[in-house]
Design a binder for this molecule. Sequence first.
Ligand code: ZN
Length: 408
Amino acid sequence: MKKSVLKKYANLIVKVGANVQKGQDVIVVADVDQEQLVTYVVEECYKAKANAVEVRWQSDKVAKVIYKKESIKSLSYVPTWKIEREKEVNKKLPCLIYIESSDPDALKGVNQAKLAQVSKNLFPVFKPLRDERENKYQWVVVGAPSKAWAKKVFPKLSSKKAVEALWDAILKTSRCGDDPIKAWDEHNKDLANRSSYLNSLNLDYLHYESSNGTNFKVWLIPDANFLAGGERIIHSGVYFNPNIPTEECFTSPISGKAEGIVYSSKPLSYQGELIENFSVKFKDGKAVEVHAEKGEHLLKEMIAMDEGACKLGEVALVSFDSPINNTGLLFYNTLYDENAACHLALGKGFENTIKDYGKYTKEELKAKGINDSSIHVDFMIGSKDLNITGYTRDGKKVAIFKNGNWAF
Ligand code: ZN
C-alpha cells in the first residue's frame, strides 16, 4: 500500500478512532506483520502530543505453537507482574489501539476444549481488572491485512495481490478516502440521527420476520439507549470511535426476554472455524436449541461456556445495503462482518447502553437486564427481505426495517 495512504489511515485511527489527547499514554497492539503501519500510528500519536506509546507485538504463528505445547496449567498461570501491569493500566488509563490482522485459521488444529478451559481459568483473574476500567478510556479496533488473512478472503489471488485487494476493501469500508475526517463526521451524524429516532420511540420489543424462516421477538430495556458510531467518556468528555468501520445502531436487550427462532444469513467464523447455515431458537431469552449444517458442536460449546453465554448481549441494526455488504466479501473477521448486516450477539451486554450508566453499580446494571458472560459473539441474521417491526410501550406499531433496509 502507498505510504501516503497508510499515513492517512494512521491519522484516521489516532484522531477519529482513539482520539489521543495531549499527555495521554497509548498502548498499540498489533501483529508483527504491521511494522510500517504501526510506525505511522506511533508517529501520529506523538503528533497528537501523546506522552508515551507502548507497542505490544503479537504473532499468530508463535501463539499457535505455545497453545499446542504448553499445558492447561501453564497457560492458565498468571505471574504477579502481569496483574500489576493491568493495575497500572487502570490507574493511568492509556488509549488502546488494536490493529487486527489475525489469520482466521490461526488456531486450526489447536485443541478447542483446551483453549476454552484456559479462557475459563483466566476469566476470573482478568475480569475484575477489565471491569474496573470499562467505559473510562478510549479504545479503537481497526484492521490491517496479513498475508494469511488476505489469502483466506481472496484464495484465488497471489499473496501480494490478495493483500492489496484486502487493503482496498478495508480502506473503502473504513471510509478512508480523500477526506476521512469529514466523511466520519457526516457518517457519525447520520448514525446519531437514526439512533436518536429509535430512542424517541420508547420501544418495548422488536419483531423480526424473514422468508428464511426467522420469526423472532426480543424485548428491550426501558432505560437503555440505542448507540451508534462514536462514544463519549463520561468523566473526560472525550469523543472516540471504538470501531472503524462501524455501520450499526445497537443496544443491549433484556437478558432473558426473547422468543422465537433466527436463521443465520452469513457464516460465523469462531475460534478459527466456520459455523455455517445455522439457527438459534430462543425461549425465555435463552438459546435452547441450535442447529448448524457445519460446526454445530462449536455452537453448542459456545452457548454452554457459562451461565450468560446462551443469552443475548446485543441487538444491532445494520442496513443490508451497507458498504461492507456491498463489497460482497466475507472478511472472516467480526469487525467487518458484523457491520455487513443486522446481527445479534450471545454473551456480554454493554453497560453503557443504559442512560446515565455511571450512576449505577455493576449489580444494578445487571438487574436492569444487561447480560454478563465471558463471551460476546456476534452472528448475522440480516437478509434482503428482513422486516423488523417495533412495538412501542404506548401500544404503537412502527416499521423499523423494510426489505432488509431502514424503513425511515
Ligand atoms: Zn455489533
